[in-house]
Design a protein. Sequence first.
Length: 121
Amino acid sequence: MGELCTSHIVPSAVKYMNVLINNIKGLKEVGIPESGYSNQKQILEKIAEHTNKVSDLVEKMIEARKVVNNISESRTKAIAYQSQVKDSFFDEIRYHVDKLELLVDDQHWLLPKYREMLFLR
């Protein structure tokens, strides 16, 4: 999950944020009032919030995984992975990734979206 987030999710979100930033700057430069780009600004803020959460959680998850990797007994290690890594981080990371999937434009999202996978023929 960490690799997927750092290699695909976060870069896609950052690229789309840059598109929105350039759009907002351009609209400001030509004199469009803020009401003309407030929606883009709100989307940008939401994407930034979710992206930061994903990055922070992945970093914490990796640290927790490093601790669990030091356990030598297989059963104890497996139980620790379940409780200290999966249960502690996967659902929250997934929540923020799901939100990003809805906010980031399709052409910037590198992975198939859920709705696309549901309707493959």
